[in-house]
Design a protein around this ligand. Structure first.
Ligand code: TXA
Ligand code: MG
Length: 342
């Protein structure tokens, strides 16, 4: 096993040297931590799949530190330039058609398009600049687990498998970037995130949002969306926002009779009767903080012995609530709390 170093901002030159040497370094972004390898080192990119246990047909995001870096690979378009000028650096990943023979199929999964992203994190932008080439950037978790929002999450999953982690504290947004596909007309959101269709519509006009609905039976356009995702060890049950949360917890306590977890908003937690059976984790006061805390909360329950069930607060599916519910439904395997189950 190799030693996995924890880097701070002063160590960026060392982290860049590791990347250039063909090693893997995890980097912070505003959404979740990514797993970097230089994009044109095939052997290094293969190691990314191995370290994550990721199926090799699931293509990787190309992470850049400027829009200019993209045009070495992708076909230039005015629309893409406008999106980049408006939303970059920021939590928007843009799928673009590639110029032929510019990116290895190990990165693209053999597609004629690729996903490009310029994250809003100064340390990572400096790391890429110092490295001198784009780096691939899937989330730095073991495939299937919740994405990492803290360096310690990355360390937990990938220790001994990667050269280092550039630690910049907990990420702000907490859910992965919105993916917009510009290689199709109309442009399609393949994965909901911080930006929703309303944010993109002023530049794009009609935006197709049909692709990202959980449970859509056809093969998802973003290959990664078909796999089991974000799942903690315990079964998650979503409590719909229209249901009385305290009542759902009380009923579960009465009938389930084993310890269980509750992942909910402060307001909901204040309404609960304390009980030895119930372990709580707060999502805070609003949807921003809930998105920020969701993955950290799911991972925290993995460390609580004896908890096989988590009741998690659902939210209305609008704005950031669309992305939050998309991830929560995947972590729950689509299961909702029903009073009749108990
Ligand atoms: O916020 C994020 O986007 C984070 C941070 C680290 O940047 N990265 C991330 O990467 O979430 P990953 O690999 O976990 O998710 C990228 C998704 C996958 O579902 C993949 O299938 C999809 O993007 N994807 C990549 N290239 C694509 C392409 N050419 N066409 C369609 N989907 C693509
Ligand atoms: Mg991922």
């Amino acid at each position: 096993m190799m030693e996995t170093k924890i880097y701070t901002k002063q160590d960026i030159p060392e982290a860049a040297a590791e990347l250039r040497a063909g090693h893997l370094v995890s980097f912070p972004t505003e959404t979740v931590y990514g797993l970097g390898a230089i994009v044109d080192n095939e052997a290094a990119v293969r190691q990314v799949y191995v370290a994550k246990g990721r199926p090799s047909d699931n293509p990787l995001i190309v992470t850049v530190c400027s829009p200019e870096m993209v045009w070495k690979y992708a076909v230039k378009s005015e629309l893409a330039e406008k999106l980049m000028a408006t939303f970059w650096p920021g939590p928007l990943t843009i799928i673009l058609p590639l110029q032929p023979n510019t990116l290895s199929s190990v990165v693209t999964g053999g597609l004629s398009t690729a996903a490009f992203r310029m994250p809003k994190n100064d340390a990572t932008l400096e790391l890429i600049k110092e490295t001198g080439t784009p780096i691939v950037g899937p989330s730095a978790n073991t495939s299937g687990k919740p994405s990492p929002t803290k360096a310690q999450h990355v360390y937990h999953d990938l220790r001994g498998k990667i050269a280092g982690i550039l630690d910049d504290g907990q990420t702000q947004v907490g859910l992965e970037s919105t993916i917009i596909d510009l290689s199709v007309a109309p442009a399609a959101i393949l994965r909901p995130g911080y930006y929703d269709a309303d944010d993109l519509a002023p530049l794009l006009g009609t935006v197709d949002t049909a692709q990202h609905h959980v449970g859509a039976k056809e093969t998802p356009k973003a290959p990664g969306m078909k796999y089991k995702h974000y799942a903690p060890a315990a079964q998650v049950l979503i409590v719909e926002p229209t249901k009385n949360f305290a009542e759902a917890v009380a009923k579960t306590r009465q009938h389930y009779r084993k310890p269980f977890g509750v992942l909910a908003f402060d307001e909901q937690l204040q309404m609960l009767v304390t009980s030895d059976l119930v372990t709580t984790y707060s999502l805070g006061a609003d949807i921003q903080s809930a998105s920020h805390q969701l993955f950290a909360g799911l991972r925290w329950f993995d460390d609580q012995p004896g908890i096989d069930l988590i009741l998690a607060a659902g939210v209305p599916e609008k704005g950031l609530g669309i992305a939050y519910m998309n991830r929560l439904k995947k972590s729950a395997g689509g299961q909702f709390y029903e009073a009749t189950v108990f």
